[in-house]
Design a protein around this ligand. Structure first.
Ligand code: NAG
Ligand code: NAG
Ligand code: NAG
Length: 309
């Protein structure tokens, strides 16, 4: 199984060289169309997703509204916001649908992680295009150590890689080191995508990490799904000045691996599941001892209080 996964992985490394990414036209990229404007900074509008070489909408059927419940949250996560709601924008956008029923989990980071039904009713009209409004709060306003984000790209899945350490965002540098494809895979996976392209750009600014390497000596093993688990991926104590930053372009394709979910890397940095379980059981034992002591104390104190003076 692992061998097959890795072969598929290498095959996609080859295929992704063909993905068209200019202007953000890569599979799975989303944008909001507000009365004909598709500015990447739009926080409300009709959802448009790039799929099968065109921008298409989602046909929203009121009778199935509960299925679409988390679609606004997920699209807003992908655009860098903490969530969103079904919109009330009256402007009709003449985009025809690519998806009918779409069902998401609130923890997804990209729309194409959801179950997206490509069948839709012939009765779908432009007025049925799903429009949303994202909250004003940024998904990276409440960051965790080891969180990653991309800056300066044509869309949120593209740009210079930044990582959050010690209360500050700074770049992931690549000053002369070999760029491993797996590092691109790890970063895009942490962001909820599953196809990547990795490179560098000249840069002037602070960085936390340098020459991170997510490849493994064991070719049967998948690369880590969190940057902090890669070699050189842990937060150091200080920044340094960087002149070549790492860049990635992430997109989404129908594949075996589904991309990471929200907060999946939150606890990856320090504590393992075993360690957390250990701490919890330690707390439980401590709590039981405390209860026993408290009970004993109450009894003793009561006895002591009953003693005649
Ligand atoms: C962004 O889009 C422009 C216009 O299509 C394109 O020329 C440029 O190469 C894109 N940038 C990246 C980093 O792909
Ligand atoms: C969109 O356009 C319509 C018609 O021109 C207008 O009534 C509406 O206010 C516009 N909506 C926004 C959010 O700009
Ligand atoms: C489309 O609308 C017509 C008329 O309202 C209705 O009879 C038909 O069942 C609808 N088709 C679908 C697939 O919903």
């Amino acid at each position: 199984m692992a061998v097959m996964k890795m072969n598929c992985f290498l095959l996609f490394v080859a295929i992704l060289l063909c993905i068209e990414v200019a202007n953000g036209q890569a599979n799975g990229v989303v944008r909001l169309n507000l009365n004909g404007s598709v500015d990447p900074s739009n926080t409300e509008g009709v959802i448009e997703v790039y799929y099968n070489n065109r921008w298409g909408s989602i046909c929203y059927l009121d009778v199935f509204s509960m299925f679409y419940m988390y679609v606004p949250d997920v699209v807003c996560h992908q655009l860098g916001y903490t969530g969103g709601n079904i919109g009330s924008n009256s402007g009709v956008v003449n985009t025809s649908p690519v998806f009918g029923l779409v069902e998401c989990s609130d923890s997804y980071l990209t729309l194409t992680q959801c179950s997206c039904n490509t069948d839709f009713s012939p009765n779908c009209t432009f007025a049925d295009n799903l429009d949303i409004t994202c909250y004003a709060t940024r998904i990276w306003d409440n960051p965790y150590p080891g969180m990653v984000r991309l800056q300066g790209g044509n869309y949120t899945g593209q740009g210079i890689v930044q990582v959050y350490c010690n209360n500050e965002w700074a770049a992931v540098c690549n000053d002369g080191g070999l760029i491993e494809d797996e590092t691109g895979w790890t970063i895009c996976t942490q962001l909820g995508y599953n196809v990547y392209d990795v490179g560098t750009t000249s840069y002037t600014g602070k960085a936390w990490l340098d020459n991170v390497d997510c490849s493994s000596d064991d070719s049967d093993e998948d690369p880590p799904s969190c940057l902090s688990k890669c070699s050189g991926g842990k937060c150091p104590s200080s920044t340094f000045s960087c002149s070549t930053a790492l860049t990635v372009t992430c997109s989404y394709d129908i594949r075996f691996d589904s991309g990471g979910i929200k907060d999946a890397c939150k606890f990856a940095h320090g504590l393992s599941v075993g360690a957390i379980a250990g701490i919890l059981s330690g707390c439980l034992v401590g709590f039981i001892i405390l209860i026993i002591l408290a009970t004993l104390c109450i009894c003793c104190c009561k006895d002591a209080a009953l003693q005649p003076l």
